[in-house]
Design a protein around this ligand. Structure first.
Ligand SMILES: Nc1ncnc2c1ncn2[C@@H]1O[C@H](COP(=O)(O)OP(=O)(O)O)[C@@H](O)[C@H]1O
Ligand SMILES: [Mg+2]
Length: 392
């Protein structure tokens, strides 16, 4: 195995002649096949398979402890996969040392060398690769310009703000034009405003360079904003992978539905009407029309089967009592909150807690007052049905 790898062509980045900017798009495909990682008995990463296209921005999204960093470390080569293989382009990297993978990496903590200037930090990967001094100087300056810190080369890392340090960490990771850039919660230590600004900067840089990025975050908004596709991880498993819109509109499990965007969950009982259509009866508060087949299963719902409905806040309609139609849930407006372009209504249902409703802040929502009895309804398509048991 190791021998075969030694016969592979040298590091991709070395094939780009030193001193010449790489092709406008130098991202490569990453393929992960059945990769698992154990720590003792604990399976931190559980048979994950996924493919990242050249130049794609993929986020690994999941709660803390879901295995994101472990998976990234195996791609970087700092951890070895216990099962499965990892390849970049046509090259199997499973047993290749990290420094021979030619992959760029940015960590949450800035991890700049504190005793080197900014320019020396950025030059480091090029020196390791034995680029000529002239090329190093020019590439360092070009890359500083890419992260908009042209005049900071002579500073020490301690003289930079957190956001600037992270931009330098990005510069150091891309200066040798790696085919893949890995980032592990790179903006986690920054405040919200700076984080949002750097999200855009990183995204623009990635698009400009055509680099393949695998980006770890536990922040769903960040993942949705930046990514071409998002891989949702939980307990070491890949729960679902898709575009932000796919995950938002067609969550494959209650877990993904809960994790991506805001979601209301309401438990009820399935009452089939024939075919795939039916109604869900909610104890003591009414019923809603829905389409059958729970997400993530082909199972046909049995009569009176407990189900869990998931409905986005912006999918609800609110009507005055008696005006909502046949399939409605009765509730009382507990709070009406003005949030600029929209209003949020917290509506209390009899036995099912409080539902969040989001309406545009126009005329239609103006007259709805706190304490008012109302009816909630939505389109059958807006209801994601999950088997109640799995939803937990
Ligand atoms: N070096 C290690 N030794 C033992 N357990 C580890 C080690 N690294 C991670 N873990 C465990 O593996 C699981 C996944 O961790 P990690 O990959 O860091 O998740 P995430 O990045 O999603 O927060 C966690 O339960 C964590 O405690
Ligand atoms: Mg982590």
């Amino acid at each position: 195995m190791r021998k075969a790898i030694a016969l592979q062509p040298a590091d991709h980045t070395m094939r780009v002649a030193p001193g010449r900017r790489g092709p406008p798009s130098f991202g490569q495909e990453v393929e992960i096949r059945g990769v698992s990682k154990f720590y003792g008995d604990m399976r931190a990463v559980d048979a994950v398979s996924l493919k990242v296209a050249p130049g794609e921005f993929l986020s690994l999204l999941g709660p803390s402890g879901s295995g994101k960093t472990s998976l990234l470390m195996m791609i970087a080569g700092f951890e070895t996969a216990d099962q499965g293989t990892i390849s970049v382009g046509t090259r199997d990297l499973t047993y290749v040392a990290p420094n021979e993978r030619g992959i760029g990496m940015v960590f949450q903590k800035y991890a700049l060398f504190p005793h080197m200037t900014v320019a020396q930090n950025i030059a480091f990967p090029l020196k390791m690769r034995k680029f000529p001094a002239d090329d190093i100087r020019r590439k360092v300056q070009e890359t500083l310009a890419l992260v908009r810190l042209e005049d900071y080369g002579e500073r020490m890392p301690s003289q930079l703000s957190g956001g600037q340090q992270q931009r330098i960490a990005v510069a150091r990771a891309i200066v040798f034009e790696p085919p893949v850039l890995l980032m592990d919660e790179p903006l986690g230590a920054l405040d919200k405003k700076l984080r949002e600004q750097l999200q855009i900067e990183i995204k623009q840089l990635q698009q400009r360079l055509g680099i393949t990025v695998i980006y770890v975050t536990h922040d769903q908004e960040e993942a949705l904003t930046m990514s071409d596709r998002v891989a949702v991880m939980c307990h070491g498993r890949l729960e679902q992978i898709g575009t932000p819109v796919e995950l938002y509109e067609r969550p494959g499990s209650a877990l993904v539905a809960d994790f991506i965007g805001k979601m209301n969950f309401i438990d009820g009982e399935w009452v089939g009407l024939g075919g795939a259509a039916g109604i869900v009866r909610v104890k003591n508060c009414g019923s809603l029309a829905a389409h059958g087949n729970p997400r993530g299963s082909d199972a046909v719902l049995a009569a009176r089967q407990p189900v869990r409905m998931a409905i986005r806040p912006e999918q609800w309609r609110i009507s005055k009592q008696g005006q909502g139609g046949e399939y409605v849930l009765d509730g009382v407006i507990q709070n009406a909150i003005f949030v600029g372009s929209y209003r949020v209504f917290l509506v209390r249902l009899a036995d099912e807690g409080v539902v969040q409703v989001q309406l545009p802040a126009g005329q239609a929502s103006q007259h709805l007052a706190e304490g008012e009895s109302v009816e909630l309804s939505c389109e059958p398509e807006a209801i994601h049905l999950f088997p109640a048991r799995i939803a937990g």
